[in-house]
Design a protein around this ligand. Structure first.
Ligand code: ADP
Ligand code: MG
Length: 219
């Protein structure tokens, strides 16, 4: 099992308490988390990635229990085991696509060990996502949003982290581009070692996933 969450809740000082469904995730699984805006989808991902501290409940990732990890160990666990695709993509503007993608190896010996030749690894991921090598040489500002999103996917996938998290990564795309991007994203994983959680408020994505987990009220 890659991920196991138990009775997670989170309370922002200014708001109500959010509670999250228990989630068990195995290698090869692709999960879609749906729920209306404000229902806690991003909060859930921030708990899973160890960015927000656990208040109640528990998370285990690759058998590492978050409750027993120091802040430093949690940061290392995230660098080693989680690839995150943010809604805002968070690409570094003065780096090329290739350099942005390669960043994810910088903080993880484990992920570096998965990559024999970085040109080959990035090239293979880029090919699967329909990106040509000339795009990899460009800075983000010279790319379309769709190309930037694919760079963010390569960065998340490189070195095969066990868990890929994506927070509404398609909100800037039209419906056809969204479906194509999601298909490429979910097909980029190694089903024997990786699992994917995508958050979206778009019900049209449901058929692309193994399971749908509802947060908050139904949509
Ligand atoms: P979603 O991603 O589903 O739109 P969020 O997880 O961003 O939902 O937010 C869930 C709830 O928590 C919302 O009511 C939001 O206003 C509140 N919230 C989110 N972030 C903060 C924060 N940093 N401080 C206070 N309240 C927050
Ligand atoms: Mg959100």
């Amino acid at each position: 099992m890659i991920l196991d969450t138990q009775e997670l809740t989170y309370h922002y000082a200014s708001g109500k308490t959010l509670s999250f469904p228990d989630l068990q995730l195995y290698a090869g699984e692709k999960i879609l988390i749906v729920g209306p805006s404000g229902s806690g989808k991003s909060t859930f991902l921030n708990l899973l990635s160890g960015v927000l501290p656990i208040q109640t409940g528990n998370i285990k990732l690759n058998a590492h229990d978050y409750a027993t990890q120091t802040r430093q160990q949690l940061d290392q666990l995230r660098a080693d085991c989680i690839g995150i695709i943010f809604q805002s993509l968070n690409l570094i503007p003065y780096l090329t696509g290739f350099e942005n993608a390669a960043l994810s190896l910088q903080f993880s010996k484990e992920r570096r060990a998965q990559v024999t030749d970085i040109n080959t690894s990035i090239g293979q991921l880029a090919e699967g996502l329909g990106l040509t090598s000339d795009i990899l040489a460009k800075q983000p500002k010279a790319m379309s949003i769709g190309q930037q999103q694919r760079i963010a996917v390569i960065r998340a996938m490189l070195g095969k982290p066990a868990l890929i998290l994506a927070d509404e990564p398609t909100s800037a795309l039209d419906p056809i581009a969204t479906e194509q991007f999601m298909t490429e994203l979910t097909q980029s994983i190694d089903p024997t070692e990786q699992a994917v959680i995508v958050v979206s408020h778009n019900p049209a994505l449901i058929p692309l996933f193994d399971r749908v987990v509802q947060i908050g009220e139904s949509i």
